[in-house]
Design a protein around this ligand. Structure first.
Ligand SMILES: [Zn+2]
Length: 372
């Protein structure tokens, strides 16, 4: 985390990070040492103008919450759902935000803020960076914290990857899109066109189908309560869910061997009971396999801190770095395929809230907003 930006006054700069969602913007102000100084939360205005306007308001708000002026801010990072071109600073297909066409968000917000540099990143990627940053803050001195997957269990399922301290976006921005890896060929049909994808077992949507809310509370909460009370079917549904999360963890560990897998997203608001059942599944799987046992997967899984807006913090961390992604590549589809113009739109599912249209989105952390 070098290359800390300096503010216009020449002093080492604070940075602001924003986690822009369909209903709210969470903001975080970091000082020059990366310490969290202030947070804010504002409603999101929809549409291109609304997103820029409310983002600018959130920047001023979080700086004001710390009793500071905008002149201390040397950089701003944004995490946003939709198809993000981090290099160009643009976003499109952010359906929950009312943004369809490509929006030069970094440029417009920078103008609104009087020239402060702005970077834009996918919301899951900033969550991964924020989770790595937070682990390091909680247990300082270990570079190994910069090797992590943030596994978002939201409306959909996807992950953000920080490997050896660097964000892994992938050549087409699809790195970590594990929700659509099939784990059961005879499983339920998925919105992506395959069968038995991880997302059909693990997501908030899948849980709400398997165990509909009966008492007005989120279905994951009601499911876990019913299972604790001994309801046979609830026990089975919870076990299937836990096994599928464990499969996602195993998949991440066996492909990129990250040291930490941090569970986040709306379903992770279950907290400790979620962690317990996932670890139990991982231990069961390890019992049958000395190979898996040697990897110690249960010990790698943790929960995102409930009291820290990790995505906003991660966005602020990226606002501190002069780290630009390389040129995106276009490949993978036949020339006659219309999706060839837009590799990010080919075969991926919007995991964001309030949307079930496949094939037009990109990974998002898909937070369920049941406690917001
Ligand atoms: Zn799928």
């Amino acid at each position: 985390m070098t290359n800390t930006r300096t503010s216009r006054s020449g002093a080492a700069a604070h940075t602001v990070g924003l986690d822009i969602g369909g209903t709210k913007i969470l903001g975080a102000l970091l000082d020059a040492d990366g310490g969290l100084v202030a947070v804010t939360r504002l409603p999101t205005e929809l549409g291109p103008d609304g997103v820029v306007r409310s983002a600018a308001r959130a920047v001023h708000d979080v700086v004001g919450a710390a009793g500071l002026g905008i002149d201390v801010v040397g950089g701003v990072g944004l995490g946003i759902p939709g198809i993000v071109d981090a290099r160009a600073g643009t976003v499109k297909h952010a359906v929950n935000l009312g943004v369809a066409e490509e929006l030069p968000l970094a440029e417009l917000l920078s103008e609104t803020l009087g020239g402060i540099p702005v970077v834009v990143e996918n919301d899951l990627n900033v969550a991964a960076v924020g989770a790595a940053h937070q682990l390091e803050r909680d247990k300082p001195g270990a570079a190994r914290h910069e090797d992590l997957a943030f596994l978002a269990l939201g409306t959909g399922v996807a992950s953000g990857l920080v490997m050896d301290g660097r964000l892994r976006r992938g050549v087409s921005g699809a790195a970590g899109e594990i929700g659509h890896v099939p784990i059961d060929p005879s499983g339920p049909e998925c919105s992506c066109g395959q069968r038995g994808c991880i997302e059909t077992f693990v997501s908030g949507t899948a849980l709400a189908t398997a165990w509909p809310s009966r008492h007005g509370r989120p279905s994951p909460v009601e499911l876990f309560e019913a299972a604790d009370a001994g309801d046979d079917r609830a026990v089975r549904v919870r076990k299937q869910f836990a096994d599928a999360v464990a499969a996602a963890v195993r998949l991440l560990a066996l492909t990129v061997d990250v040291r930490h897998v941090v569970l986040g997203g709306g379903v992770a608001q279950l907290g400790r009971p979620l962690l317990d059942v996932v670890r139990e599944s991982l231990r069961e799987q390890a019992q049958a396999s000395p190979f898996l046992a040697s990897l110690g997967l249960a010990g790698r899984v943790t929960l995102a801190p409930p009291d820290v807006p990790v995505a906003a913090v991660g966005a602020a961390v990226l606002g501190r770095r002069d780290e630009r992604p390389e040129e995106p590549e276009e490949f993978g589809a036949a020339p006659s395929d219309p999706s060839a113009k837009d590799p990010a739109a080919a075969g991926r599912t919007e995991a964001g809230a309030g949307r079930n249209t496949a094939l037009a989105g990109t990974k998002t952390k898909g937070a369920l907003t049941w406690r917001s």
